[in-house]
Design a protein around this ligand. Sequence first.
Ligand code: SER
Length: 313
Amino acid sequence: MHHKTLILGACGQIGTELTIALREKYGLNNVVASDIRATEDPVMNAGPFEILDATDIHALEDVIMHYEIETVYLMAAMLSGTAEKFPMKAWSLNMDTLFHVLNLAKDKKISKIFWPSSIAVFGPDTPKQNTPQQCIMAPSTVYGMSKLAGERWCEYYHLKYGVDVRSLRYPGLISWKTQPGGGTTDYAVDIFHKAIENGSYESFLAPQTTLPMMYMEDAIRATLSIMDFESTSLKKGIAYNISAMSFNPEELAQEIAKQLPGFTMSYAPDFRQAIADSWPDSISDLEAQNDWHWKPHFNMEKMVQDMLQHLSP
Ligand code: SER
């Protein structure tokens, strides 16, 4: 039997698709989905599901012991936009949950962790184009600070206590199964729903705001791939840059209009503009290519096609 896996934040944008993918790969009963709230989603309830607040270490440990969990995917977090509104809450949620799983691994109660980092670790002084793995990282957002601090702690626990923790700096993620919530790159998902419903969209980012993005199918493949990779070329404890495509709202609107004639876009930038302006335009993922053979499958055109196809009635 395959060892057991627990997903924290399984009902979120990434967690939902990760749960589906891991259950397909390892079997329904070997993958325990959990979230802070109950869900009616038949996908979640197709296998074991636990209502679990990941900040509650005792509840977390009980679930881990009960199911004899070996691997934890920590997908519960507060994203960039919401974190600016609730800085202290974001910091505790994002950091406490990480310390809980790192300490459980240090105490040998679990043996492997996936923890997502983000392009938000970069800041206004970071090189904007083809941002390398290592460079100036002085994030100006609460979310970015929690991710950068988290990266340092992951590496520390790996070097000091031998904890097997693996991580990716996800770009903005675009998906049709579940909507994101509270992020700065969310416009690139919302736009598809509104395009299909109303034929128009008002973007909360300005037309020229270029950001690194990725289709969810690629992000899930990257996640399973870094977790499976067992060669010494993979550096554990570090969060890898991964890259697939970069575009701005105007370019995305043009591509959608090509495939959905008549679509129109308007712009009303809000507080999230400053967050987006502090992040890179594009990312270099050379190290991910070299160390564990990362390669994306979806560019913008293919992503738009797939999104429209799945979301159209
Ligand atoms: N996509 C995320 C956000 O916008 C960044 O990791 O918050």
